[in-house]
Design a protein around this ligand. Sequence first.
Ligand code: TA6
Length: 285
Amino acid sequence: MQVYLFGGHVTSWKNELGEELLFLSSKNTFKPPKAIRGGIPICFPQFGNTGSLEQHGFARNRFWSVDPDPPPFPSNTSSRAFVDLILGHSEEDAKIWPHRYECRLRVALGPGGDLMLTSRIRNTNTDGKSFTFTFAYHTYFFVTDISEVRVEGLETLDYLDNLKNRERFTEQGDAITFESEVDKVYLSTPTKIAILDHERKRTFVLRKDGLPDAVVWNPWDKKAKAMSDFGDDEYKYMLCVEAACVEKPITLKPGEEWRGRLEISAVPSSYCSGQLDPRRVLFTG
Ligand code: TA6
């Protein structure tokens, strides 16, 4: 596991065989304030370009620090290793987002090698003002061949299509596969989503809490060429499935705290396929 203070950004997560599980672009410049392309960018206090701030907010473009005194975590969270990071308000950011806040992030490795990210955002305004935000873990999964990948758990859900002015549609009833650019915000999804990498017989299982939505993104070839920090054919080896809170922004009064948790495990595919879609379970008996 590798985490940068810049952006509070996880850039590497490997399995017990030392195989990398997250995609990180070979075209990264690692020159702040430019966000890191790949890994797990934190989108806060704004997801996408839905508000007045820069795309995906500013948390991914700021230097976080190691949290010297994180509030206690519920005792039932066992982890092999973890780090606590914190990002707080600054005079600079107050000019664009006039709020006092504490954004804490614990990045942990579970006993089985699962990756767990827990964010705790507290409103520390002293002027009695509430604030509202959207949020996402913009996770880039490393896949063997995007055309052989399928996502289960989002069937029949409504989504906002970012390629069609955020118009609302309903997804078809089958697992999602990829043959062109996709940029969709799935609404009120199940807490469990699976990404099946057929070639590698590997399944990523995402479990999320406090993050009702899920964004699915692959830039495909044209957008890939247009991004300076992304290789022309790198779209073949990545898929973003982002645990998010987009449709219903979160509002916190002073003193209130929000928590958003993501747990990712990478398991052999035979373990998972079809277990997420109740109809499939029915059929496969
Ligand atoms: O999460 C999907 C998305 O919002 C896409 O619209 C695309 O812009 C992607 O994020 C990457 O955004 P970035 O600002 O990192 O280039």
